[in-house]
Design a protein around this ligand. Structure first.
Ligand code: PLP
Length: 394
């Protein structure tokens, strides 16, 4: 097997791990986990190989576009006129700015000129796109009139207004943000980088009402309804899909993105599109809670998690403790989801990482905690093996 041929570098290869950290979208562990079937084309024989219709139209037998199928699904789910997919949301923002605002001005609130994750800084991305930044308002308060003044100001050439969701922090207190609907009335297209990829605030794919921890998250469908000309978001945060970035909204602006020379450099390959297609179809079929790992982890009844923890503790001599899981991926700052963990005295995280299926756990008050909300129930037995091996060694 390949892993043996490259003896010595096994630990540095990308490989599956069990995420027992309780951070559902763990940035270091690939954000949204997917199942192997998400990368398979239905009907493809796993022992053989087949090509795909990536750029081929079955109906006519002629060349097609890789964007058509997923764009139809995204439009259906968000109400957008059209959509296009790129490699990540940073690429989506870069492409949108380059296609709509190159050599022109973009108005951004001083409160939204943010840095997100490692090195995604709005002023720097803007500079790379060839657009010019025009700061409006203040860090804590920006009004519609601030944008209107920037548009009217002599010497400015405002092509677009950009809104950025400050995904990984929030400011409290004396703050004011201009309503999207009013910005949309100022006569220039509003681009809203919503970041986390919640496609609809009403979560029609959930059996009940949207959970409390989602209440502060902007959603694609509602942003477009309020008047955003384009929204951009990640595929591997709250959407629960593969790493990609999605641009959705006005057909003429999406067409401008597709025509831009950067498109070719930023376009996704078939594996990403296949996985994204599976995920979007699950939202459309309202089976997301069963089919998309992030949504099944996030909505698993607390009682089920407790029972799994009790079973595991019973089999291994560990203790059951209540725990707090988080959505993660720099989205929903402060949001918490109740959970249960099994706890062992001492720090065993290094040994757990060397289990045959590496287990990533966290430590708290000199105990090792394995939070079961971020673990697939199919891996409970493997966790049992890992924990029993620890107690044999100690
Ligand atoms: C996460 C995030 C990004 C970066 O997205 P990637 O998919 O990691 O490139 C950009 N903008 C916002 C608002 C985000 O939350």
């Amino acid at each position: 097997m390949a892993l043996q041929l490259v003896h010595g570098i096994e630990l540095s290869l990308v490989q599956p791990v069990i995420n027992a950290t309780g951070v559902l979208l763990h940035t270091n562990l690939g954000r949204a986990p997917l199942a192997p079937r998400h990368f398979l084309l239905e009907g493809n024989d796993p022992s053989g190989f087949r090509s795909t219709t990536l750029e081929f139209e079955l109906a006519s037998g002629s060349r097609g576009s890789r964007h058509t199928g997923v764009a139809t699904l995204i439009s259906e789910l968000t109400g957008a006129e059209d959509a296009v997919v790129v490699n990540n949301n940073a690429a989506a923002v870069l492409l949108v700015l380059a296609a709509t605002s190159q050599e022109r001005d973009v108005a951004i609130s001083r409160g939204e000129s943010v840095e997100i994750g490692g090195g995604f800084r709005i002023p720097e991305v803007l500079e790379q796109s060839g657009a010019r930044l025009v700061d409006v308002g203040t860090t804590n308060r920006t009004r519609v009139s601030d944008y209107a003044n920037a548009i009217a100001k002599k010497g400015n050439d405002i092509a677009t207004i950009m809104r950025v969701h400050p995904s990984n922090f929030h400011i409290d207190g004396f703050t004011e943000q201009a309503p999207l609907g009013e910005l949309a009335g100022l006569g220039v297209p509003v681009i809203s980088d919503i970041g986390s990829g919640l496609i609809d605030a009403n979560c029609p794919w959930l059996p009940g009402a949207p959970p409390q921890w989602l209440s502060q998250e902007p959603a694609a469908r509602q942003a477009l309804e309020e008047g955003a000309a384009l929204v951009t978001f990640s595929g591997d945060k709250l959407l629960g899909g593969p790493q990609c970035g999605i641009i959705a909204g006005r057909a003429d602006l999406v067409a401008a993105c597709k025509r831009h020379p950067l498109m070719r450099a930023l376009r996704p390959g078939s594996h990403v599109l296949i996985a994204l297609q599976h995920v979007l179809l699950s939202f459309a079929a309202r089976t997301a809670v069963h089919d998309i790992p992030f949504w099944s982890m996030a909505t698993a009844p607390l009682n089920d998690i407790r029972q799994r923890a009790e079973r595991l503790a019973h089999d291994t001599g560990a203790q059951v403790v209540s725990s707090t899981a988080v959505p993660g991926a720099g989205s929903t700052p402060g949001a918490e989801i109740e959970s249960f963990a099994v706890s062992l005295r001492g720090d065993h995280t290094a040994q757990l990482r060397r289990h045959r299926v590496p287990v990533v756990a966290r430590t708290e008050n000199s105990a090792t905690l394995l939070d079961l909300r971020s673990v697939s129930p199919a891996d409970d037995a493997e966790l049992g093996v890992a924990l029993r091996q620890l107690s044999e060694k100690s």
